[in-house]
Design a protein around this ligand. Structure first.
Ligand SMILES: NC(=O)c1ccc[n+]([C@@H]2O[C@H](COP(=O)([O-])OP(=O)(O)OC[C@H]3O[C@@H](n4cnc5c(N)ncnc54)[C@H](O)[C@@H]3O)[C@@H](O)[C@H]2O)c1
Length: 440
């Protein structure tokens, strides 16, 4: 099938590449000419495990191409996926400008039936707005061309995006248009060969499903974070509690890890957008308000522990930081807790030497040129001469460090573990002080 993807970011690039991998002829469009030039030169603008060889293979096979040419992109695909960003606007609502601009540009150029698929995370009612935008553009040029719109929210996780797309838990399709359903069923058939995972529903429910999923996951994280803070005060071990509740099948193991708060390009903005939608309708979403407030507070939990141990004035302290990305296996720094943690430490005068396996370029851009932050070439380089180590991202390469070497490198021999990756006994046995989130 000929497919166009508008928006070649984390979602669009993975979607386009995976659809090409199963044999489709995919053209990815973006307004960012640098991104497209990089892709056309064989580069990959994001870090996503397994993506690079897949892009290369499909480009070589002639099934995957990248362009900034909107005319060519609209002409190419019978199916037009919209995967552009939907960032939070000033009032917390999702900014729909990019989605609607993409819809309009399709409406201005289409010549025959198209299926327009909203893959971006969009508020309830967006499918209607996309339809209206296209109708208006068609009317403006006196064209009467049939088309269909479907909502098809994406559930992939950064860091595991290729696997998630290739082996989805479910594929949500929101539309009542029979041709659209048949088309999307055909597109997704290769990804669900052992059993049907396509859930067809009305478009508004599909739109809400995506927000409901992210809000539920954010809720679990904030709940565990607050429990961990309580465990700290009670002298309990949240790791034991996690095992004790995760084994309950009604609760399950996923997303029960306390830490320094959730971040990334989705949870923060999606929680805000859902709250905004509810507020407009005067429907209280009290739980979600608390989830957001708890998350903001959680980002400072580790900073508070540093201050409690080293004092309010950190101006004589050099701190090493391992991990900057909002989670492991990605270079995404959007809303990363490290942004808040490092800024709070710097406000108290600390200097910081940071290391992240892949996010340092993004971090340089996010922090700008500030005198208190430098980057190290390796985890051990970061700790040499530092007073204490803070772990902010749960990268595998941080999981089993040489504690004896850390003890010699760190002046104050302290680890502040914002992801609970270490065994407290092992760290202490190595002669280091250990502070984590809700651990004895
Ligand atoms: N990143 C994730 O893990 C994830 C997961 C599920 C859903 N989503 C949702 O998917 C959507 C995209 O997220 P992302 O992380 O891929 O964003 P992104 O910022 O990585 O990519 C968006 C891309 O769209 C491009 N763009 C903007 N307007 C355009 C236009 N008119 N024409 C062509 N290109 C245009 C931008 O230049 C950018 O490259 C968002 O709604 C997000 O909430 C993201």
């Amino acid at each position: 099938m000929k497919i166009t993807i508008t928006g070649t970011g984390y979602v669009g690039l993975v979607t386009g590449t995976c659809l090409a991998e199963v044999g489709n002829d995919v053209l990815c469009l973006d307004v960012d000419a640098r991104k497209i030039a990089l892709l056309n030169d064989g580069g990959v603008p994001i870090h996503e495990p397994g993506l690079e060889p897949l892009i290369e293979r499909n480009v070589d096979a002639g099934r995957l191409a990248f362009t900034t040419d909107v005319d060519a992109a609209v002409a190419h695909g019978e199916v037009q996926f919209i995967a552009v960003g939907t960032p939070a606007g000033e009032d917390g609502s999702a900014d729909m400008a990019y989605v609607l601009a993409a819809a309009r540009s399709i409406g201005q150029r289409m010549r025959e039936w198209k299926l327009i698929v909203d893959k971006s995370t969009v508020p309830v009612g967006t499918a209607d707005r996309v339809r209206e935008a296209i109708d208006e553009e068609l009317a403006a040029r006196g064209a009467r061309i049939p088309f269909a719109v479907a909502s098809n929210p994406e559930f992939l996780k950064e860091g595991a995006a290729v696997d998630d797309f290739m082996r989805p838990d479910r594929i949500v399709v929101g539309t009542s248009d029979e041709r659209a359903i048949a088309t999307l069923r055909a597109i997704y058939a290769p990804f669900q060969r052992n059993h049907e995972r396509l859930l067809v529903m009305d478009e508004r429910s599909a739109e809400l499903t995506k927000y409901a999923a992210n809000a539920m996951l954010a809720t679990r994280i904030s709940f565990m974070n607050e429990l961990a803070n309580l465990a700290d005060r009670l002298g309990c071990d949240i790791e034991a509690v996690r095992r004790g509740i995760g084994s309950d099948p009604r609760i399950g193991w996923q997303f029960l890890y306390p830490g320094v708060g959730y971040g990334g390009s989705c949870f923060p903005k999606d929680v805000k957008a859902l709250r905004h939608t509810a507020a407009q309708l005067d429907v209280p979403l009290r739980v979600l308000g608390a989830v957001e407030a708890a998350n903001e507070a959680q980002k400072l939990v580790l900073v508070d522990k540093v201050i409690a141990r080293l004092g309010e004035d950190l101006s004589r302290h050099r701190l090493a930081v391992w991990g900057l990305a909002f989670k492991a296996n990605t270079d995404d720094m959007r809303e990363a807790p490290s942004l808040t943690v490092l800024a709070a430490l710097a406000r108290r005068g600390a200097t910081i030497v940071a290391y992240d396996p892949v996010a340092m370029d993004e971090a340089r851009r996010a922090f700008g040129d500030v005198p208190w932050l430098t980057f190290a070439k390796s985890p051990m380089r970061a700790v040499e001469g530092a007073d204490a180590l803070l772990v902010l991202t749960e990268w595998k390469e941080f999981r089993s460090p040489d504690f004896a070497a850390l003890r010699s490198a760190l002046n104050e021999r302290m680890i502040f573990d914002g992801r609970n990756v270490y065994d407290p006994d092992a760290v202490r046995a190595a002669g280091l002080e250990y502070f984590a989130v809700g651990r004895r």
